[in-house]
Ligand binder design. Structure first.
Ligand SMILES: Nc1ncnc2c1ncn2[C@@H]1O[C@H](COP(=O)(O)OP(=O)(O)O)[C@@H](O)[C@H]1O
Ligand SMILES: [Mg+2]
Length: 252
């Protein structure tokens, strides 16, 4: 059964970092196969996991739209787009990565989008877990035909501004036609004991705090050295925090 774990929150709060650490957690426990989806055009989930990204779904769409007549003979457009998607899928032993890239520009992309969405939906069903790093608006999730999300983590830094973004996203959810089973807040770079003011704001939002990922100097070091977060040691503070969170919130 495919379980979808998704992340949303404002830019810079640590979504991509946490998403990569969740991939690491699942892979280390043999909860495989895993599909990691980078659905934030400003993001770099692949990079945090040490991968080069040759092409994105957005680029496939652009290539096709620029030359719809370019479908090789003997192929119809559906087969052709499927072949291109397969080329965009980065395969590693423990997980695969799909990068969505830019949203469409001008022109009618409905037909191409429908084909691409139905492929990515079908692809998802082949994995035990799908981990989706979203942009704040969660457009990618709301486009998927099933709309099922087993666990949505709203990520914020330890600031009231970050929490307000969480509140806005949470308020937007009912309008997105998503089927979300569970939602929790992850606070990054926060203390173990959150302040009363922060907790009062959390109480108003009405979602549980799934956990706090403390400031972890190892993340900065790995970032500077361009090392994959998948190689972080078990005793790194952020790895341990994700372990605690997933121990409680990982969809079974
Ligand atoms: N818990 C943490 N401790 C230290 N640095 C962190 C932590 N979480 C994120 N960072 C750093 O903050 C920056 C932004 O994180 P990122 O995951 O890219 O945010 P987002 O995906 O929300 O834009 C990165 O340089 C990352 O290494
Ligand atoms: Mg990001």
């Amino acid at each position: 059964m495919n379980k979808v774990i998704a992340f949303a929150g404002k830019g810079g709060v640590g979504k991509t970092t946490v998403a990569a650490l969740v991939v690491r957690y699942l892979a280390a426990r043999g909860k495989t196969p895993i599909l990691a989806v980078d659905a934030d055009p400003n993001s770099n989930l692949g990079e945090t996991m040490g991968l080069d990204v040759p092409t994105t779904i957005g680029e496939i769409r652009e290539t096709y739209m620029k030359n719809p007549q370019g479908v090789p003979s003997g192929m119809d457009k559906v087969n052709y787009l499927q072949t291109l998607i397969e080329q965009a899928l980065i395969e590693r032993p423990a997980f695969d990565l799909l990068v969505m890239g830019r949203q469409e520009g001008q022109g009618c992309y409905c037909m191409v989008n429908n084909i691409l969405n139905s492929f990515t939906d079908k692809l998802t069903s082949h994995y035990a877990y799908t981990v989706v790093d979203n942009e704040a608006g969660m457009e990618h999730l709301s486009r998927r035909t099933s709309g099922k999300v087993d666990m949505l983590f709203l990520v914020t830094d330890y600031s009231l501004r970050g929490l307000r973004a969480v509140r806005r996203i949470n308020q937007m959810i009912p309008g997105l036609k998503l089927d979300i089973k569970n939602i929790g807040i992850i606070v990054t770079r926060g203390p173990q004991q959150l302040s009363d003011a922060f907790l009062a704001e959390v109480a108003e939002i009405g979602l549980p705090v799934a956990g706090v990922v403390p400031h972890d100097p190892a993340l900065l070091e790995f970032d500077m050295e361009r090392r994959s977060l998948l190689d972080l040691p078990e005793n790194a503070l952020s790895v341990q925090a994700i372990e605690r969170i997933m121990g409680e919130y990982c969809p079974k």
